[in-house]
Design a protein around this ligand. Structure first.
Ligand SMILES: C[S@@+](CC[C@H](N)C(=O)[O-])C[C@H]1O[C@@H](n2cnc3c(N)ncnc32)[C@H](O)[C@@H]1O
Length: 352
């Protein structure tokens, strides 16, 4: 009985987030069309058939999310980890930022930063207003709004999509079952505000967790958020994933969520090679990123519209990229892929 109630609460929680996202996007795009009539024409409209398939895939994602808790991959509490209070705390700021986002998008000002933001020392591909966000990834305000913006974008499914890395990761870590749980080390590359590390902590309470990201502001936010949950604080470092500041063969597991579509093709290869270098022989590397044309041709219209509506300069190239080939080139073997809703997963192993 209590299982049924928990499942119903989860479904209601998700439904609430979906309505929130849909209502926000409907109202804000109407307003945008009034102020910037040309911006609305950038993306192609979705057909009923595409909408129906999206709904089907979303239902499957949520069912898989629920089933993974039933299998004990992670605790049910993770399903409710994004509290509404956060939604409402930052929502007014998300709305207040919209006119600037539209203006930036209309003017195609994609490398615009406030004078107080330090942009020196970052790779040029990174100094961008990704998603037309004010100050890209380089301000505290951007870090505060990011999680809510992503949840709205995906109608409340960003966390369920992130959680799909947990089952293959745990499966891969079984290779090290003889070790005490405390000795297992897992690195999250491009950890952002720490959403994935929070999930990793829920699913691997004893493991030593590490996070690396280029943005000091996002790391500050991650540190704040992660210090509120029980368990050892993950070790966070600011660094470029092209030069991971860790020893060779150090981590039993490496994860990366929503990074690769934001990298130029050459950098994707370098980062994969770095992830290979720091993974232990026998260890596992799990990537979560956008679907690609090869696995989801029926959603080509969504993949074409996304980089036009949001500033995503490397996304189109990513959707055609052969990441399995890149993983093999780096040395990974036993590579498999999965697709859940709008995201794709690459599960790769370093030879033992
Ligand atoms: C779309 S966000 C994803 C963040 C987080 N993984 C999540 O699930 O929300 C991309 C993240 O990649 C980081 N990033 C981009 N290029 C990077 C690089 N070369 N090295 C390290 N971090 C990078 C950004 O700072 C940002 O936090």
């Amino acid at each position: 009985m209590s299982e049924t109630l928990t499942k119903l609460s989860y479904q209601a929680f998700q439904q609430g987030k979906t309505y929130f996202g849909v209502v926000h996007k409907t109202l804000s795009s109407r307003l945008m069309n009034l102020i910037h009539p040309n911006l609305g024409h950038r993306g192609k409209p979705m057909t009923q058939k595409v909408l129906f398939k999206l709904q089907q895939r979303m239902n499957q994602l949520l069912e898989t999310d629920w089933q993974d808790t039933e299998k004990g991959v992670y605790p049910e509490s993770l399903l409710f980890d994004h509290p509404w209070s956060d939604f409402f705390r930052y929502y007014p700021m998300v709305c207040l930022e919209l006119p600037q986002i539209w203006e930036r998008s209309a003017q195609k000002k994609h490398q615009e930063f406030s004078p107080e933001i330090e942009t020196d020392g970052y790779p040029s591909y990174y100094v961008q207003n990704f998603h037309n966000q004010t100050n890209g990834y380089l301000s505290d305000n951007s870090a505060n709004l990011y999680d809510l913006q992503v949840e709205i974008l995906f109608n409340g499914t960003a966390d369920p999509m992130r959680r799909r890395i947990l089952s293959p990761l745990k499966q891969g870590l079984k290779a090290f079952n003889s070790l005490p749980a405390k000795q297992i080390r897992v690195l999250d590359v491009a950890c952002g505000t720490g959403r994935t590390l929070r999930m990793l902590r829920g699913c691997l309470p004893q493991a030593s967790l590490y996070g690396v990201d280029l943005s000091p502001a996002y790391l500050r936010k991650a540190n704040q958020e992660l210090s509120e949950i029980p368990g050892e604080l993950p070790q966070l470092l600011q660094a470029n994933a092209e030069e991971l500041p860790y020893l060779n063969n150090y981590f039993h597991g490496v994860t990366s969520v929503f990074l690769f579509h934001e990298l130029p093709a050459k950098v994707r290869q370098t980062v994969i090679e770095q992830c290979f270098r720091v993974t232990k022989p026998g260890g596992v590397f799990v990537i979560c990123d956008s679907i690609q044309i090869s696995d989801s041709p029926e959603f080509a219209v969504n993949m074409e519209s996304f980089p036009l509506l949001f500033h995503e300069p490397y996304y189109r190239d990513y959707t055609h990229d052969d990441l399995v080939g890149r993983l093999e080139q780096a040395g990974f073997e036993n590579i498999s892929t999965q697709v859940h809703f709008m995201s794709k997963y690459f599960i790769a192993h370093k030879p033992a």
